[in-house]
Every structure is written in C-alpha cells, then in structure tokens.
Design a protein around this ligand. Structure first.
Ligand code: AMP
Ligand code: GLY
Length: 423
C-alpha cells in the first residue's frame, strides 16, 4: 500500500513512524513533512491547505490511504474533496470536523444530548457579552468560537480582564474570524486528561490516556504553548473515571453526531477535566493531539493502518485495540523564547543516537534539512519520547535522551510528568 500523511509536526512524525511499522505499507509520502519525517517517508512540497494539489498528487501516485493529521485541513474539508475523487481518507468530513472547528457547535451539541461540560453562553456581539459579564462570577473562561492555533482560550480573573478579553477577541479580532462568535464558560478546576479515540461513525474505541503540559515554564508558569511535553498513561484516569466517561461521554458523543447527520469517522480527542463533581468535557478535537500522539502511538500494539481502514469501512467493532502495559514520557525541545520570539537555523547534533532504538524516539516538529545538516526551524523543534516500565522510569529515560541532542538556544521544561511523583 501507498500511504500519504498530511501535516508537518511531531504528531505527523509519530503517525509516520507507526505507519512505517505496518507490514501492509510499501511507501509513505508526507505533505509537506519535515526533516525527521523525511528519514522514513518521501516529503512532498505541498502545503496542508493546498487541497487541489494534495488531491491531484494522491490520484497521480494512486495513494491507497491518506491520513490527515492537522485540524485546519480537516475543518476546511480536505476529506470531502479527496473522497469526491474516490480516494480513501482517514479523518472526519467537514460537517463532522466542526466538532473541533466551532466551540459554539460542540457546546450546543453537549447541551442538547446531555453530555457533561461546563455551563456556557454564546455571543455574536461584544455588547451582549459585556452585558452578560456584569453579573457573572469570576474567574470565567472566554473562548473564540473557531480555530485559533490553541490560543483562543482566555481565563479571566476579574470583570476588567474579561472585558479586555472580549475586546481582544471580538473587537480587535486577534484570532481573526475565529472570534466572530464567543463562548463564555464556567471556570472548572481539577486535573486535565486527554483521551484519544478511533471512531468509525458508530463504534468508538478509546486509546490509553495522556496528559499534556501546556504552559511554557516549569511549575506550570508562563504562557500557554502548543504543549511542552506529555506523559501516558495518566494515573488520574482511574477505572471509575473511565466507567463514567464510557457511560456519559464517549458513545454519547458519537451517537449525537450521527443523530445530527454528521457521522464522525476518524479521531475524536476528548479534553477532559476531572472535577469534584465528575469528569467534564473541556473540548473536543477532531485529530490526534500533539504532543499526545507522541506518547500514545508508540505504546499502541495494533497496526495503525489496519485500524484506520477499519474506521473508514465502518468495522471498528472487529478491532481489538491494545496498548503496551508500560508508560511513555515526551519532553519537547523548543527554541528559547518560544512561544513569543525565537531564533532558528541552528544545527542540531546528536540525532543519530536515536537510530535503531526501540524505546527512544526523536519526533521532529520544527526542523529543516540544509547543506550544513538538520537545523532548527520552529518554536517546538523536537519531541523526545522514551518508554519505561512505569512513568518514573519513562521520565528518567526521556530526560536522559533529551540530553543526547544539542543545539544553540535549546529550551525544555524539567518537570514533565512530575505530577506523577506526588502519588
Ligand atoms: P481548550 O482549547 O478548550 O482545550 O482550552 C485550553 C485550555 O484552557 C484547557 O486545556 C484548560 O487548561 C483551559 N480551560 C478551557 N476551558 C476551561 C474551563 N471551563 N475551566 C477551566 N479551564 C479551562
Ligand atoms: N496538545 C493539545 C492539542 O493537540 O490540541
């Protein structure tokens, strides 16, 4: 089989590494890919939003399966465009990817079908939002409706902050059209857990749990980022939590989408908050998480290609999804100054240490191949993942491996997975 992966980050590298293990696959392409993906796949210089070019490429090369890793092309309808040409694609169609593409849609869906989430109101005008805030409790959460690179959520401690937030999102349009509508949401407290799942329209199979560290600095300080590291499984995702989510959240979401005529095939990522009153859905994503995929996929025993094909064909019920009984930790190596301002173009040394390893992985996010070697090319540069028999061992291994790699302005958090030591 020939497989095409759409995207260029650590998530797509982790997907490509899983696909490369499949005995069904002869050739992998990635559009546009990066230097690390280029070691196991042929990178094609086509952007993830160039739908016509991607479709033409897939037809010309007779691609058997396309896996769309990123949110933008899914929400924009790449799957629909490719399916029109008879291509097989893993990922939700546009009318289902709206589960991630519009927070107002997902909140309304949860309300209509009784899926537990934070209380909220939706606003189309700033003046209505200002008025609502006058009598609200604080802290409160503001969410731009559309995709905003994970940055469209503001937690506001006071009325003043919230008013500024509404201005930023709705009047100054900091997140563009994503901020034309606003969701104002009750502030929840608790532990956050990510659960990713495969969905075939009817059946859902959840993967092992994971947890992300979103803030830039140690001790969860500093700005929000795309994610500075992850660990899997989450010790807080207990059987009791799983039972609750199975009963009230997972299948309920898939059934709700089907009932709305928006059959969902692909990955649903449940961002959960474990509150005192029980688990609540914070958000849905319509794709693998990044860097969650970098700790979840290396632990998956199944052939990802077989599972993806089963989702497309509506026979996921035949798959026995299994994960290794171990743990994994991913430490993101970033450029100093990320997520605000950083330099790039520095040569990366030590990548060869990962060759031939089966418990250590170096997933590339922002890298580029040049004449002087592989250089840094983004805020998040690499995701160093290691497995271990438990989280403690995985964490020690991941930090040891993080030191194998060097580049100027290398920055990482030193407490990824540290919460597990509190147990
Ligand atoms: P989202 O993009 O919806 O996942 O939001 C980004 C982050 O904001 C989440 O990972 C949480 O840390 C935080 N967040 C979102 N919604 C809430 C909420 N209702 N209460 C508290 N924190 C939230
Ligand atoms: N790591 C969070 C996300 O992929 O949305």
């Amino acid at each position: 089989m020939k497989v095409l992966i759409v995207g260029s980050g650590g998530r797509e590298h982790a997907i490509a590494a899983s696909v490369a293990k499949s005995p069904l696959v002869d050739k992998i392409y990635c559009a546009p890919g990066n230097a690390g993906i280029g070691m196991i796949a042929e990178c094609v210089p086509v952007g993830a939003m160039e739908f016509e070019k991607i479709t033409a490429f897939a037809k010309e090369k007779k691609i058997d399966l396309t896996i769309v890793g990123m949110d933008d092309p899914l929400v924009g309808g790449l799957v629909d465009e490719m399916e029109k040409e008879g291509l097989r694609v893993f990922g939700p169609r546009k009318n289902a990817a709206v589960l991630e593409g519009s927070k107002a849609f997902s909140k309304d869906l949860m309300k209509k079908y009784g899926i537990p989430t934070a209380g909220y109101e939706t606003f189309d005008s700033a003046s209505e939002a200002f008025r609502y805030l006058e009598t609200a409790d604080f802290p409160i959460v503001l969410k731009a409706d559309g995709l905003a690179l994970g940055k469209g959520v503001l937690i506001c401690q006071s009325l003043e902050e919230a008013r500024e937030g509404v201005e930023t999102i709705m009047l100054k349009h900091q997140f563009g059209d994503a901020g034309n509508r606003l969701v104002i949401e009750e502030f929840l407290t608790g532990r956050e857990v990510s659960v990713l799942s495969f969905v075939d329209g009817k059946t859902i199979k959840t993967m092992t749990s994971a947890q992300d560290h979103k803030r830039a600095g140690d001790g969860d300080t500093g700005l929000n980022t795309g994610g500075m590291g992850t660990f899997s499984p989450s010790p807080f995702y207990t059987k009791e939590v799983d039972d609750f989510c199975k009963k009230y959240i997972y299948q309920a979401t898939v059934d709700a989408m089907a009932a709305e005529g928006r059959e969902f095939k692909g990955i649903i990522f449940f961002g959960l908050m474990l509150t005192e009153k029980g688990p609540r859905v914070l958000e849905y994503n319509a794709r693998f998480g990044d860097p969650e995929a970098q700790v979840v996929l290396p632990r998956m025993k199944n052939d990802i290609v077989e599972v993806a094909m089963a989702c497309i064909d509506g026979r996921l019920n035949e798959i026995d999804l299994q994960f290794e009984d171990n743990a994994a930790v991913c430490v993101v190596l970033a450029s100093e100054g990320y997520p605000v301002k950083y330099e790039k173009g520095f040569v990366i040394e030590g990548l060869d240490r990962f060759e031939g390893q089966d418990s250590y992985f170096c997933f590339h996010a922002g890298t580029k191949r040049t004449e002087s070697g592989i250089v840094t090319n983004g805020g998040r540069v690499l995701g160093v993942t290691a497995k271990g028999k438990d989280l403690k061992e995985a964490r020690a291994n991941a930090y040891a491996a993080a030191d194998w790699v060097t580049f100027e302005n290398k920055y990482m958090r030193h407490d990824i997975g540290k919460a597990i030591d509190e147990l």
